[in-house]
Design a protein around this ligand. Structure first.
Ligand code: NAI
Length: 416
């Protein structure tokens, strides 16, 4: 089936960039990205392309080319669901904060709400594409919701997890290592898969488009993130060993990375990984494993998170100890608040945790980040600790002017 009209639910870090590329590469397909957050949609429609809600190198150029031609951002969710042949669900799937699985399981309330809304509004057959990262077998649950609210139309469900990395999203979308599409092994399921393959084939070589069953696709995304995070925790755990022994982690990293079986990527030591995905996806993997009685498997993957937290705490303790031992003025300049360079995303950034640890010891902090706004910093700190001491926090715009005034500078993000 040839797709003419796409609707994407969720205009966030995945929905926005992903749909921009799909629209750019398929000018004959109308792509409507919808979100219930009106401010976000307003920002996506902003004339000032420096003010898009997502900062990604190269994104504004693609938006400029496609927006108003075949790419549209809107809050009119129902209208665009109804018009669409294919609907992507790109909403957030955070860790549950209450109920069964609290602190571990993925909260699927936004995905479920999308499925319900799609079912209620749809009058014609639709292909539903899970873009959000979800627990294995979620597609089954989506199908149940769709069919229990609407028996008049046919819904085909596909899983098409997103592997982009923030900061390099546009390059990752333009030249993906692979595109993964999971679907049902039925005639209708295969037709749905073919429709999505055709959209990606506009710019991705067919050999890089992998098709699997639904559950392999869902689980592959969770495990890809777990493997990537595992490498970071592995190298970070060794950084502590290096500090105790006089070995140099950069040298160790280079030496092991030159082994072609290991490879050099994701071997840089840091204050710990952040971002909205690694932690929540591993927690989810731990939850799924534990729910299936696989305690040893769950414990194995959970250790990655334990090391990550340990690395952040260890870094904070070093600063606190240094101030105390050298009797320094208790003030630290924090360079970088985003969880990595080339993004304005601060979710789970190590900087938030380190800043909180310092504030808890009465140490004042000055913060600079080229892409993060002051209100986001305040939001992040109060989200972690509603009683944080605001008088100890200062946001600076020109940190390098008086750089020699600082005794301690914590480089939290590897911004160039
Ligand atoms: P986000 O929080 O940036 O965006 C999600 C958007 O969905 C929000 O703007 C929210 O208002 C909207 N939304 C929620 N419910 C809605 C509804 N019923 N109707 C319309 N809009 C609704 O989240 P992000 O980062 O884009 O992640 C989305 C999914 O993609 C998550 O499952 C995440 O795990 C996954 N993912 C994220 C990656 C990343 O680098 N951020 C990479 C790969 C996957």
């Amino acid at each position: 089936m040839k797709i003419n009209n796409i609707c994407c639910l969720g205009a966030g870090y995945v929905g926005g960039p992903t749909m921009s590329i799909i629209a750019q590469k398929n000018p004959d397909i109308k792509v409507n990205v919808v979100d219930m957050n009106a401010d976000k949609i307003l920002a996506w429609n902003s004339k000032d392309l420096d003010n898009l809600p997502v900062y990604e190198p190269g994104l504004s150029k693609v938006v400029k080319e496609a927006r108003g031609r075949n790419l549209f951002f809107s809050t009119d969710v129902n209208k665009h669901i109804e018009e669409a042949d294919m609907i992507f669900i790109s909403v957030n799937t955070p860790t549950k904060t209450s109920g069964k699985g609290k602190g571990y399981a993925a909260d699927l309330k936004y995905v479920d709400a999308c499925a319900k809304q799609i079912a209620e509004v749809s009058k014609s057959n639709k292909i539903i594409v899970e873009k959000s990262t979800v627990p294995v077998r979620t597609s089954e649950k989506i199908k149940d919701i769709l069919t229990s609210y609407n028996t008049n139309v046919d819904f085909q469900i596909l899983s098409n997890p997103e592997f982009l990395a923030e900061g390099t999203a546009m390059r990752d979308l333009e030249i993906p290592d692979r595109v993964l599409i999971g679907g049902d092994n039925t005639i209708e399921g295969k037709k749905a898969i073919d429709s999505l393959v055709e959209i990606y084939s506009s710019w991705v070589p067919k050999k890089n488009i992998l098709t699997t069953n639904l559950w392999s696709s869902e689980l592959s995304k969770l495990t890809a993130n777990a493997f990537l995070a595992q490498r970071i925790s592995s190298i970070n755990s060794l950084s502590e060993l290096c500090e105790e022994t006089g070995a140099d982690i950069e040298e160790v990293s280079k030496a092991i990375g030159m082994d072609s079986r290991i490879g050099k990527n994701f071997l840089k030591t840091s204050v710990g990984f952040g971002g909205s995905c690694f932690q929540k996806d591993i927690l989810n993997l731990v939850y799924i494993s534990r729910s299936l009685g696989l305690k040893k498997v769950a414990d194995y993957w959970e250790q990655i998170l334990i090391i990550n937290e340990h690395q952040r705490d260890r870094f904070s303790k070093k600063i606190i100890k240094c101030i105390k031992n050298r009797n320094l003025k208790p003030k630290v300049l924090i360079l970088g608040w985003a969880f990595k360079k080339n993004t304005n995303d601060t979710r789970e950034s190590a900087a938030i945790y380190v800043a909180n640890n310092l504030l808890n010891k009465g140490i004042s902090i000055e913060i600079y980040d080229p892409q993060v706004k002051e209100n986001q910093v305040n939001f992040d700190l109060s989200n972690l600790n509603p009683d944080y001491n605001k008088s100890l926090v200062n946001f600076v715009f020109e940190p390098f002017q008086n750089i020699s005034d600082y005794n301690i500078i914590a480089i939290m993000t590897e911004w160039d």
